[in-house]
Design a protein around this ligand. Sequence first.
Ligand SMILES: Cc1cc2nc3c(=O)[nH]c(=O)nc-3n(C[C@H](O)[C@H](O)[C@H](O)COP(=O)(O)OP(=O)(O)OC[C@H]3O[C@@H](n4cnc5c(N)ncnc54)[C@H](O)[C@@H]3O)c2cc1C
Length: 195
Amino acid sequence: MQVKLLSVTPDAEALIARCARISHRSEDKASPEADRELIRKLIRWGHESVLEFAHAVFLIEGISRACANQLTRHRLASFVQESQRYVDVRDRNLVKPPTLQGELWEKTSSLFSQARLLYEELVEEGIPKEDARYVLPIGTETRLVMCANFRELRHIIRLRGSRAAQWEIREVARRMLVILKEHAEGVFGDLEVEA
Ligand SMILES: Cc1cc2nc3c(=O)[nH]c(=O)nc-3n(C[C@H](O)[C@H](O)[C@H](O)COP(=O)(O)OP(=O)(O)OC[C@H]3O[C@@H](n4cnc5c(N)ncnc54)[C@H](O)[C@@H]3O)c2cc1C
């Protein structure tokens, strides 16, 4: 899978802190260190609404439709997903779960190849792609763009980065977190994705 940052609010921590300081007329206290400290305090106190002023947009590729279904349950994020109605997906791969190894993976891959051949045949017979796709399994790879504010991203990473979540979405959460920490350590530094 690939998780790529397409866009992030520039100077996100300065913006969040500036907005937060409006309430106490304390804009004169701004500095990178003071801003970060303030953000950490706000998070500890549960005053997370100011995190909504900053956003990030990710391009996530090579994840299964199973994983995409899980991600798109997050209602405060915005998504665009590659359409299987309009795009011919005959060259898409099957995402490999780490538990499927050896002969079991061989069997799974072979079944997927048959499904993909049937998909190709159906499309060539004139069946609309939106119907031909019904033969493809939930492990077929897809791609999507996701936009969310920092508060929602913290929520998604906490939920989906926990061991209770599935390995694939946990990996998405882990990769997003690595990128987000580079841009806003004060906002995301307290989060970890469990191995
Ligand atoms: C480990 C795990 C297992 C899961 N298993 C299943 C499963 O078996 N079946 C299933 O259907 N789903 C399952 N889910 C999905 C889960 O039920 C949620 O739909 C998903 O995690 C999105 O969470 P959310 O609603 O908190 O987040 P978001 O939709 O991202 O919303 C963020 C927050 O905004 C607030 N919010 C959003 N919308 C509303 C609203 N309408 N009213 C009030 N507050 C709102 C809530 O505080 C919410 O936590 C699972 C999730 C996890 C992490």
